[in-house]
Design a protein around this ligand. Structure first.
Ligand code: PRT
Ligand code: ZN
Length: 286
């Protein structure tokens, strides 16, 4: 009974959809009917727990859950003794300091003697200390951005994504103190069997993430261009090159990284490639 993985995800919020999608993409099937607090997996020794994100690090530290998916901001702020075992690449955001728009600002030293409202006293406190700034931290649990306009604090430190919340509250972003994304955290007391299940899960996550970062590409090019085209398409080992039925032409198949996709496509076209097809990859086992 102990050798299952209990995986805690956010019940309802910004992390929920992507967390559940990732678990499903790893081939783990479960029924997440509305209102459920736990769901056993059908085809993997795992159970999904649906919790508030702030509670997840504590559950993982205590070993009630073995794994959890949370924002790194929450993992660090709660200060729980857990391991970050994987960065998941979604729910990216930053923790920033904002001050009323139009106020002059040159450096973090300008916050000396000021009061800052935040839900992240631990991360902010460490940042201020590292920068030798003596500011007063007002811990509040929500609606941080209105603090300056109601006279509660002179600055705020909160999560920013597009920046529109700061803007609509008359604030300007002056310092980014922490960059965050969803992370997978694990308990430090996994049994060897649970550790082995975690290794299997991480292997699957890596395959899913690698697939997302790559595309399968097929193209036709004159035989004389194969060498140059292949230079931009090294693939996993090397591209597959097959002759076409038309004399003097080849078909080249390979895998291309999303990051240098457009740059390489341009070079391949200039080298003589045509009929380029680009197809998503579902899983990529490296
Ligand atoms: O109910 P529960 O406690 O589980 O959820 P929650 O309300 O505490 O968290 P939730 O669902 O809002 O966010 C979960 C995690 O998503 C956070 O811990 C971050 O890691 C990440 N994340 C990504 C964000 C944002 N983007 C975000 N934009 N968390 C919050 N915001 C808020 C921010 O607090 C601010 O009010 O959105 C506003 C700013 O957004 P912009 O786009 O206007 O800049
Ligand atoms: Zn929360």
């Amino acid at each position: 009974m102990t050798d299952i993985l209990r995986i805690a995800v956010q019940k309802s919020g910004r992390l929920s959809d992507d967390s559940l999608k990732l678990i499903k993409e790893c081939g783990i099937r479960f029924d997440n009917g509305a209102g459920k607090l736990r769901a056993p997996a059908a085809n993997f020794p795992a159970e999904i727990l649906f919790l508030r994100d702030d509670d997840i690090p504590g559950y993982v530290e205590d070993g009630v859950a073995h794994l959890g998916i949370v924002g790194e901001n929450v993992a660090v702020e709660t200060g729980r003794a857990v391991e970050t075992v994987h960065r998941l690449g979604f729910s990216k955001c930053r923790l920033s300091i904002g001050i009323p728009r139009g106020e002059p600002y040159e450096s973090i030293k300008d916050l000396d003697g000021k009061s800052i409202a935040t839900s992240y006293p631990r991360i902010l406190g460490k940042y201020l200390q590292e920068n030798g700034v003596d500011a007063q931290i007002h811990e509040i649990s929500g609606s941080v951005e209105i603090a300056p306009s109601i006279g509660l604090a002179e600055a705020v430190c909160d999560i920013v994504s597009s920046g529109s919340t700061l803007l609509s509250n008359g604030l300007q972003e002056v310092e980014t103190i922490f960059r965050s994304e969803a992370v997978m955290i694990a308990s430090r007391n996994l049994t060897p069997a649970q550790q082995s299940l975690l290794d299997q899960l991480l292997f699957r996550i890596n395959s899913v993430q690698a697939a997302k970062n790559h595309k399968y590409i097929l193209l036709n090019c004159p035989t004389g261009s194969v060498e140059e085209v292949s230079r931009y398409l090294p693939g996993m080992r090397s591209p597959t090159v097959m002759p076409l039925a038309s004399e003097g032409w080849c078909s080249v198949h390979s895998v291309i990284n999303e990051n240098d996709f457009w740059e390489n496509i341009e070079k391949i076209r200039l080298a003589g490639a045509e009929g380029i097809l680009v197809i998503p990859i579902e899983k990529m086992i490296l």
